[in-house]
Design a protein around this ligand. Sequence first.
Ligand SMILES: Cc1cc2nc3c(=O)[nH]c(=O)nc-3n(C[C@H](O)[C@H](O)[C@H](O)COP(=O)(O)OP(=O)(O)OC[C@H]3O[C@@H](n4cnc5c(N)ncnc54)[C@H](O)[C@@H]3O)c2cc1C
Length: 596
Amino acid sequence: MADAGPGVESLTTDVAIIGTGGAGLMCALHLAERAPGARIALVSKGIVGKSGCTRMVQGGFNAALRAPDSVGAHFADTLRGGQFLNDQELAWALVSDAPRVIDELETKVGCFFDRDADGRIHQKAFAGQSFDRTVHRADLTGIEIMGRLRDQMFRIAPLELEDMRALDLVTDAHGELAGLTLLNIRSGKFLILRARVVVVATGGAATMYKVAAPAREKTGDGVAMCYRAGLALRDMEMLQFHPTGLLAGQSRLTGAVLEEGLRGAGAWLLNGAGERFMARYDAARMERSTRDVVARASYTEIVTGRGSPRGGVFLDIASVLGGAEVRRRFPGMVDRTRKIGQDLSEGPVEVSPTAHFHMGGVIIDPDCRTVMDGLLVAGEDAGGAHGANRLGGNGVAESTVFGARAGDTAAALVTSRALRVPDDEQVASSVRRALAPLTRESGPDPFSLTRRLKDLMWARAGVVRSGHGLRRAAQHLRDLAHEVAVVRAGGPAAVNYAWQEALDLRNQVTVAQLVVTAAAAREESRGAHARADYPRLDDAGWLRYTVLRAGDNGTAMVGTRPVEFTRLDRSGQPVPRGPAPGGPAGERPVPLEEPR
Ligand SMILES: Cc1cc2nc3c(=O)[nH]c(=O)nc-3n(C[C@H](O)[C@H](O)[C@H](O)COP(=O)(O)OP(=O)(O)OC[C@H]3O[C@@H](n4cnc5c(N)ncnc54)[C@H](O)[C@@H]3O)c2cc1C
């Protein structure tokens, strides 16, 4: 370890992986296998294997494992769910690698998934899918996957930098990626991590909303860091609201998800009058409709005065399956409701749409490369695979599939890419910016600014948006950004939650501004993006994805690009092309069919 300036130490590695969810750990595993001897540093804002959302995965993992299901059908469902905004090559990579990754998780990583009586992997129904294809371990699938991936880390023994916040990517004096700056949350000390390759896998962020499901430490850091480094982002307006978040007053469990498998198993959604209101919104699929449709339906019931007493709707599985079966099949969900004094196995519980997943993110190719040499992005930080709406079960598939691909790509890059010398001025300004809230004599308190941000995003850029509301949101966010720029967090540098909150807030406000800018640009309703003033899907004008990048004056430049129909056209028919790169031999996308 060498000294790189006053108070800032420097570490050197071959590959720095930022984030230790499914994407980060699969990346480390593949990298260690493909490039034995490469030095790997795992950087985690929390505890390795225990932070992030992959561990929170309840429902499961989509993979087409056997006929009559097929990779082509999974692909078609993914595009239909994403309302054809998807990057089809990313979506294809996701669905075609998913069966292989399930096999790898079972046979190499050591996961146990639930099985049928005949010994085959059990696959359950999830919304928006034409076959039962969700692989799971009861309703706590993420714990199984992350627990076993964590075990593998003991075997490959990377350098683990826990409770370590990645701040900024840094380049050398010629603009070539050289590494990143870090802040040790426990000690309050800064570090420079030099690396040949950096993999960003910080898991996106939907935490800038009042009711939100993701892990607390996910605050858009990776996306904001890439944006500041000049990378282009796509689909930032596409923020998914899961329809069934718990309503538990001031409890931290407000927003926590009751998994989609409940609707898959036949649960009813009832309004305050006890009506199965989905009949009004999607009579064919009812509660099994996609998340965007169900979240909007619940929201409409609530805002038109047909909600439950606490301002939600009711989810009822007990009347459908009976208490004993609910306890057997959904023990984690029953436990979760009991924690807030309700019981899913006894009767209906109150739920609300909750901010859940960001479909938008950094533009990548199917090997996780970005336009910056040596910089890879995987998992929820990347945009494009899910289009306008992610199917339940495609999230953990994305993080593990693309984490594995990033590991393979990093292994190929690690021998060819030289270590660069980080530019001193970039390092100094990253440290200066991060230190500022701690050294200021006065300024607003970060916690109150976070509350304002969350209320604002919920009210103006939430389940249903309007041009007027988004313009107001943009103005308020500009004011908030000015306040965040002078925020104060007193106290020591070590384990200072106010300081950490101030640093989170900077990235959350950046991401919120990008969401609002892209949402204002998209003048139609598609998938998770619903505009009250443009309620219709507009294929003629909007089979285009939004692209944002940082402008010279500090504001975001927004543009659009046409969707490329590389495998299926808008009517779901295969387009003529050569063999699918990376896909199983002979496997082709299939024409769209209506789900069963
Ligand atoms: C409650 C819930 C239930 C879900 N259930 C399902 C499901 O059933 N099926 C499904 O397919 N998907 C599900 N998802 C979505 C799924 O969890 C995500 O798509 C996926 O786990 C994202 O993986 P990831 O590796 O990209 O990020 P994560 O697993 O979220 O990991 C992010 C990592 O980045 C770290 N990090 C963040 N910022 C920094 C920083 N500045 N510096 C260093 N490290 C940082 C975090 O500490 C963490 O280690 C669910 C999500 C939630 C919230």
